[in-house]
Design a protein around this ligand. Sequence first.
Ligand code: V47
Ligand code: SF4
Length: 390
Amino acid sequence: MKPESLSWIIQSTTDAELKMIGEKIIANQRISAEEGIILFDKADLPWLGAFANHIREQKHGQKTYFNRNFHIEPTNVCVFSCNFCSYSRLYAHREDGWVLSEDQMMDIVRSYDGKPVTEVHIVGGVHPKMDIHFFANLLKKIKKHRPELHIKGFTAVELDYMFRKAKLTVWEGLKLLQEAGLDSLPGGGAEIFDPVIREKICADKVDAAGWLQIHETAHQIGMQTNATMLYGHIEHYSHRIDHMTKLRELQDRTNGFNTFIPLKFRNKDNDMRDIPESSIIEDMRMYAIARIYLDNFPHLKAYWPMLGRQNAQLSLAFGVNDIDGTIDDTTKIYSMAGSEEQSPSMTTEELVTLIQQVNRVPVERGTLYNIIREYKSHGPAMEAASPSLN
Ligand code: V47
Ligand code: SF4
């Protein structure tokens, strides 16, 4: 949208507070926490979409990123008991779950030999017998087998447990894993930082300070990371803004975050099943406000296996510039929580088409947003703009 059109929107905004926020956005000024809450309370979707899209196009033009990755979920057995989790089988109750051996995980890695994937995302439950040395060996084996494969692995929840168990500081633990081959951290485990809400939904795992310390230390040793927020359950708008404020402050200090990923709470088969899920309008408002509020985050990702592909496509009009990757159905955490995608896999061609259908430019990226291939904004799905790149 052109700035003149935004000026017209501001002129026709009758609410004085929204008018002022709109003016700040056009002037590239940061909005305050209070203004963030006003957006949640008062701004409707078309208004938010216009401003979020303006910021998205200023930062990335029409470019819409995706990557080619696969997941390894070492186990769904977990010592923790988050009330929103449909995935874990509790260690204490010895319920049935899976635990993959190192050989089984290496078989998964080898099954991608010859395929043009650039990233493996390792994330799962917290099993007490899978310690830091077990994972360091796994990382070394993966790197030996396929040195150029980027390893994004372990949420701050898994790391906090591993480090405490091994009696290592965060710095020592992260260094050990980095030297074994860990390249970056995913954004999971953040949930909602507010201590009262956190106590109600995931009382026993790492708290906000611990999560933030792990990401800050990762940034200090040169690892980039992502950040998530689980929204749409018992939190209020003020908790969402508090969460994003903590991320924005850390990013001001380190500039180590790549992408923010709002995760919509899904209510199937978990202890919070009585809480209704947020509407698609609320989901799109969430993306748009995140894009406006997190002015220092380069990227905003819609995780399509959770949101569904059509909603992910729609989110591209509300500030989102990344729709994750061509993962296959080894990702169970969402399908078990009732996501749109019960068997989430999309070929590169399908992802490219999804982006082109809304006249954006598909760009295949590496984990750290290095451009691997840029496509045309329309036309045959697999026609690459820079065919020499592989
Ligand atoms: O932290 C668990 C979420 C997260 C539910 O960094 C649920 O690129 C909704 O970290 N409803 C783990 N969400 C996944 C994760 C992730 C995913 C995609 C990309 C990246 C990245 C990271 O899954 C957990 C939790 O917030 N989750 N249960 C549920 N019922
Ligand atoms: Fe365990 Fe993660 Fe599920 Fe919590 S969300 S119970 S930490 S697997």
